[in-house]
Design a protein around this ligand. Structure first.
Ligand code: 8YV
Length: 331
């Protein structure tokens, strides 16, 4: 007799090809209208599911997990970051957590590179004059930005995405510097001609562009604090495609408003989907470029993520250790 298919609750709409496969393989409960689930809906989901497939828009905290039914044994999140999940509590309740690392590295690095270029080269200023019809015609001293070639890029968090950004930035002529909990292997450092800074403070004080790529954990919350942002060089830029919570946003706004930091390229925010209106004002002035958390938003990436979720569920359901297990000790 065929084994009972696991009941898999997916909290948001996924690409059609993934949902079709999930329907074939699992007793899949999908979210056809893609509405973000309330905490009450999440509680209902964990009460009945064998597997929960959440995304970044779901807060799977201790309160939700305390309501989980006996059958919930796997949370296979659709995404790499797990800061929206209380992994410690899940693990204590015998619930395995998996994520989707690796498949969104290149897309996120591409978007980071776009932001590294966008602010110094005044991309949105240029787009604006073309769409509002205010282009006065070419002039040698008009719409001048700053060169990025020859500048120092400081990468905060040299994991997969940090390294992918470093490869791109090196090809654009930037010199690569990084701060990480652990120094990366010498072969990686040598290939990137990267300089390791044990002290984040010292690195920040010397960079032209700083780009954030560490995960958001209790240890990295406001890692770029008011004190650290003040260490940044006058005229420098900051880019964040990781998590909004890693930068003290109020302090960043102060530094941008005073002109101490020349500009910022931000894809992520502390209180998503809310965006501080001061950022919007700065964006209208061309001082910052804002994107709506779309670093990994490619159809190819989303399908790869979905396939990883399916592999994790299948492996787990077959009684094996899923490939992308996240342990509390990894955070
Ligand atoms: C995803 C991300 O879009 O994977 C991550 O950690 O930040 C994003 O690129 C999102 O998390 C999907 O849940």
């Amino acid at each position: 007799m065929a084994r009972k298919k696991p009941l898999v609750v997916v909290t948001r709409k996924l690409p059609d090809v993934i949902e079709t496969r999930m329907r074939e393989l699992f007793d899949a409960r999908l979210n056809d209208d893609d509405h973000p689930m309330s905490q009450a809906e999440l509680v209902e989901a964990v009460k009945v599911a064998d597997v929960l497939v959440p995304t970044i828009t779901d807060r799977i905290d201790a309160a939700v997990l305390s309501q989980a039914g006996e059958s919930l044994k796997l949370i296979a999140t659709f995404g790499t970051g797990v800061d929206n999940i209380d992994v410690g509590t899940a693990s204590a309740r015998g619930i395995t957590v998996t994520n989707t690392p690796g498949v969104l590295t290149e897309d996120t690095a591409d978007m980071t590179m776009a932001l590294i270029l966008a602010v110094p080269r005044r991309l949105t200023d240029g787009v604006r004059v073309m769409t509002d019809g205010s282009w006065p015609g070419w002039s040698p001293t008009w719409m001048l930005g700053h060169r990025i070639s020859g500048k120092r890029l400081g990468i905060v968090g040299m994991g997969r995405i940090g390294q992918a950004v470093a490869r791109r930035a090196k090809a654009f002529g930037m010199s690569i510097h990084y701060h990480n909990r652990r120094r990366v292997p010498a072969a990686v450092e040598d290939g990137l001609e990267a300089t390791y800074w044990e002290s984040l403070d010292q690195m920040l004080a010397r960079m032209d562009v700083v780009s954030v790529h560490c995960p958001h954990t209790p240890a990295t919350f406001h890692l770029l604090s008011a004190r650290r942002l003040k260490l940044m060089r006058p005229g420098s830029y900051i880019v964040n495609t990781a998590r909004g919570e890693i930068i003290d946003e109020a302090a960043l706004i102060r530094q941008l408003e005073s002109g101490a930091i020349a500009g910022a390229g931000l894809d992520v925010f502390e209180h998503e989907p809310a965006v501080n209106p001061k950022f919007v004002k700065l964006a209208a002035e061309g001082r910052v470029v804002l994107l709506p958390h779309m670093g990994s938003a490619t159809i190819e990436g989303r399908i790869d993520m979905g396939e990883k979720v399916i592999i994790n569920i299948r492996t787990f359901a077959d009684g094996h250790r899923p490939p992308d297990r996240v342990l509390p000790s990894m955070l």
